[in-house]
Write a protein that binds this ligand. Structure first.
Ligand code: C2E
Ligand code: MG
Ligand code: MG
Ligand code: MG
Length: 285
């Protein structure tokens, strides 16, 4: 009997794996169709300086917008897209729109930036740089773009990543460290990759004023950033005025979160900007 059960479990495992595989094959085919139809669109979430009330930039957050208007959030396809390499053409598709939207916003003669999420694979060759180079025109400057890389994923070839990044740095495109404090690459990346800004993860913002241990991680991140004099900080996932105030006390003024705005398409961002002054004043101290 036990042999029979073992056999049955074996069959079920194989079937399960095949099911998973077929699911991924379907997702792969669907993403490719979505790419053909240009369905991957950038949403923009403002990053606001809480003291001046000015927008310093936005994070670019991908949405898969179907023809019927259905919006598929990143968690449903980004992990697979990252593992399968499809994130590379998706990022390219986003960039076409991002540079056009920088023009729409007239950011070309400002210091404002659009911060694009990248994966370690983007740093393993010059493809991304060449894509961006090919999109360059007089209506925007390189420093209107920045890149952010999560410390959750490992960079296999750090030496190559450094080499690729030199090209970006030379023209003025900065690298930010995303999800700081949650992964393993963190402080090694900061030293090796000339990170300009660390984005403090929502996880640490959530526990402001509550959980001692995580607060101490938060303060050590902030202390680290302050010590390395050129290091800038952005707090991510900030939802309340209290959090804005507490972060300001710690010298963190660049705020990204629902307290100011959710990610939105370019048309909405253009409208939001018109009323932003009042909204920001209400949400700040
Ligand atoms: P992330 O890069 O850490 O982006 C921040 C996430 O936090 C976004 O989720 C944003 O909508 C959310 N968020 C911002 N403020 C708040 C807040 O106050 N409260 C709450 N509850 N959430 C807030 P989103 O847009 O769902 O993206 C999730 C993740 O998907 C991103 O995390 C990033 O890792 C990945 N992702 C998004 N777009 C891209 C992309 O174009 N390329 C790559 N490789 N990954 C992307
Ligand atoms: Mg990010
Ligand atoms: Mg983040
Ligand atoms: Mg995060």
């Amino acid at each position: 009997i036990s042999l029979g059960i073992g056999f049955l479990i074996g069959i079920l495992l194989v079937m399960g794996m095949q099911w998973l595989l077929s699911q991924n094959q379907t997702l792969e085919a669907l993403i490719k169709q979505g790419l053909d139809k240009h369905e991957f669109k950038p949403f923009y979430q403002p990053i606001v300086h809480s003291k001046s009330g000015k927008i310093v930039g936005c994070e670019v957050l991908v949405r898969w917008v179907k023809k019927d208007g259905t919006i598929i959030p990143p968690y449903q396809f980004i992990p697979f897209a990252e593992d399968s390499g499809l994130i590379l053409p998706i990022t390219e598709q986003l960039l076409y729109r991002v540079v056009r939207d920088i023009q729409t916003l007239n950011w070309g003669d400002t210091d404002k930036f659009m911060s694009v999420n990248i994966v370690p694979e983007h740093l393993q060759n010059d493809d991304l740089f060449h894509t961006i180079e090919s999109l360059k025109n007089d209506h925007w400057q390189y420093h209107n773009l920045s890149l952010e890389i999560t410390e959750r994923r490992k960079i296999e070839d750090l030496a190559q990543a450094k080499k690729t990044l030199e090209k970006f740095y030379d023209v003025g495109i900065e690298l930010k460290l995303d999800d700081a404090g949650t992964g393993y690459g963190g402080f090694a990346y900061v030293q090796e990759l000339k990170i300009s800004t660390i984005k403090i993860d929502k996880m640490f913002i959530d526990v402001i004023g509550t959980d001692d241990m995580k607060n101490s991680v938060l303060s050590s991140i902030i202390a680290f950033a302050n010590e390395a004099s050129s290091m800038k900080t952005i707090a991510e996932g900030v939802e309340t005025r209290e959090q804005v105030e507490l972060l300001a006390k710690h010298g963190v003024y660049k705020i990204q979160g629902y307290v100011y705005a959710k990610p939105m398409p370019i048309e909405e961002l253009v409208e939001w900007k018109k009323i932003a002054k009042n909204l920001i004043a209400m949400a700040s101290h």
